[in-house]
Design a protein. Structure first.
Length: 611
């Protein structure tokens, strides 16, 4: 008995896998004919004709691309009793790559509804058919071992003729390559295979569609970058010029309203930071406990700080808590902040300075991530600086800031009266309120010197819940205030269009860039896609670095930005897509709180130390 060794001769479920060290015994004068590189629309039918005339069964190791291009030939191979194996996706030998193998199996699943158990070419006796010698010499080369698998090529050579001549050799028996067969695929597998192979057959159309989408996404990304580099820089320059001859420092009395629900871990540090302010006028502090069950109100009362009042009410939601505090407030300037936020000593004084202009009805402060340790914290820190705060720089220059953040903002009581207080119609009450104030004729300013430190989510689940609520609430606020588009005001001319372009359309199109890279690199053999993506990433990284410099931050966290684009950005895409689907279905989303850790609570004297 002879022995034939196979390198990477494997079997796909449910048969056991055979590795390269496995051996297969074949009798003397026993041959298995193996065709490679097909199926070919011209040469494979010719080989099949020769095999049919000779009454020989062979094994065809096909490539996924050729299967997709020539499905009828594949069906004929099986219909005439021959065996199917996989030799790769684009070319012979790339079956060893798991992704190429998956694509090749998908092609078979789409055409035949099966997966092949034979994967990878065995060690074979090469017939020499690519050297184009005479048939007699090639037949002798194929028989030189007297047994084993004879390698023939199915790509335009004379493999079919050699097979016919071999079949006439006396005393030889011909069998398929042992261990073959197929396995039926499930319905979902076949559907996925159909989608995959459709994209392969229509590669030009897919690349055109992806190219169009990526062109729009790249144009929006470039436009946003130019706006960031231009308007943000202009805004900063104008402020610096104003600082050379600063207006008189104003110090109006202030009422600080802090809505709180189950904020026992952070509320003491928040209130202490307000009490430690160096504002030159009276500061009244009103903490509204909105039905907390963790002793939030008790923690505040235990501080026994002068000028701090605690209001208790049944749980009614954040807008109701804010409105209760606003009604209680005795001063005309109101500072609103969340119960997990810490102010610096001069934050209140900085925050109220834009009110020197009587047209200003609200001021947005500079919210910063306090717990930025760890990769997730750094990513959120970059998002705040290179996203939210840089957006406010741009929109401040356009006079259409759509959101005064709940973490740090100030309002004139008159502006709040004009819009009827804080609405509970959306989950983004801060965005809804800010848009309403702007539409009422007030100007909203941004004061980056008014810094506040907030606790960001520390888990992916918590982050998703928070951003899902923000995104969904923003879409609600945009829809509610869509009437601004027909008004002659900055919110309609710039604000809503900015949000629509860069907070809805760009996040929806940006994943197409990632798909384009994967499709072009893995399926369409278009390495230019990776170059385009890399250039886009470099532009975004430079923009993020510029944002950090504008915000007075260190550039050290910038090393995490490429990773943010690879991982964190995908999560934000999912947030936007799910929020949009939820909004289109008209689903009412309930408030989703984020679990607190109290990592800001130990900051001494209201000062946060971050690295």
């Amino acid at each position: 008995m002879g022995v034939v060794s196979f390198h990477a001769y494997t079997a796909i479920r449910p048969e056991p896998v055979r590795h390269s060290r496995d051996v297969l015994e074949l009798p003397e004068r026993t041959l298995a004919l193996a065709f490679h590189g097909g199926p070919h629309p011209k040469w494979t039918p010719r080989a099949l004709d020769r095999l049919r005339d000779s009454g020989v069964q062979a094994t065809f190791f096909v490539t996924g691309v050729q299967v997709t291009r020539n499905p009828e030939v594949v069906r004929r191979i099986v219909a005439e009793g021959h065996q199917i194996g996989i030799d790769g996706f684009r070319a012979e030998g790339d079956w060893a790559d798991s992704l190429n193998l998956a694509f090749a199996q998908a092609a078979l699943a789409d055409v035949l509804g099966v997966h092949a158990r034979l994967v990878g070419a065995p060690v074979e006796v090469d017939s020499g058919d690519r050297t184009h010698q005479d048939i007699g010499a090639l037949v002798q080369m194929s028989l030189r071992e007297g047994k084993g698998v004879v390698r023939l090529h199915d790509d335009g050579s004379i493999g079919g003729d050699i097979a016919r001549r071999l079949a006439k050799e006396p005393g030889y028996r011909f069998i398929p390559v042992p261990g073959g067969g197929t396995a039926e695929v499930t319905g979902p597998q076949r559907f996925a295979a159909s989608v995959t192979t459709w994209s392969q057959r229509n590669g030009g159309l897919v690349l055109t569609l992806l190219g169009t989408a990526i062109g729009i996404a790249a144009l929006l990304g470039l436009l946003r970058t130019l706006m960031q580099l231009g308007l943000a820089h202009t805004d900063r320059r104008l402020r610096r010029e104003g600082e050379q001859e600063p207006p008189p420092w104003i110090a109006p009395p202030v009422s600080v309203v802090i809505p709180a629900y189950n904020e026992a871990l952070n509320i003491a540090a928040t209130v202490r930071s307000i009490a430690a302010n160096n504002h030159l006028a009276d500061v009244e502090v009103i903490v509204v406990d909105d039905g907390s069950t963790d002793g939030t109100a008790d923690r505040v009362e235990e501080l026994d700080l002068p000028g701090v009042t605690v209001l208790r009410q049944d749980n009614q939601g954040k807008p109701a808590a804010l409105n209760a505090g606003i009604r209680q407030a005795k001063h005309d300037v109101l500072v609103l902040l969340d119960g997990d936020t810490i102010f610096e000593p001069d934050t209140i004084g900085q925050l109220v300075q834009p009110f020197a202009d009587t047209d200003v009805g609200a001021v947005a402060g500079n919210a910063k991530v306090g717990n930025r340790q760890g990769l997730l914290g750094r990513w959120q820190h970059l998002e705040y600086c290179a996203g939210s705060n840089l957006d406010r720089q741009i929109l401040h220059a356009l006079r259409c800031i759509p959101t005064v953040p709940g973490a740090v903002g100030a309002f004139r009581k008159a502006a709040l009266t004009d819009v009827g207080g804080v609405s509970d119609h959306t989950l983004a009450e801060d965005t809804d309120l800010t848009m309403a104030v702007t539409r009422a004729g007030w100007r909203v300013a941004y004061r980056p010197q008014a810094r506040a430190w907030t606790e960001a989510p520390v888990t992916v689940r918590g982050l998703f819940r928070q951003r899902y609520r923000w995104s969904y609430g923003t879409f609600q606020a945009m829809w509610k205030n869509r009437g601004a588009l027909v008004e002659n005001g900055p919110m309609g001319r710039y604000g809503l269009i900015y949000l629509l372009a860069f907070h809805l359309l760009l996040p929806l199109l940006a994943p197409v860039m990632d798909m384009y890279v994967l499709y072009g690199f893995l399926v369409a053999d278009a390495p230019l896609a990776a170059i385009v993506w890399t250039v886009f990433l470099l532009i975004q990284t430079a923009s993020a670095g510029y944002a950090l410099r504008l915000d007075g931050e260190s550039l050290k966290p910038l090393w995490a930005f490429p990773l943010q684009q690879l991982v964190y950005r995908q999560l934000m895409y999912a947030v936007v897509i799910q929020s949009l689907v939820t909004a289109l279905h008209g689903t009412q989303l309930r408030w989703m709180s984020v679990r607190r850790t109290g990592r800001l609570a130990d900051a001494p004297g209201g000062t946060v130390h971050v690295t």
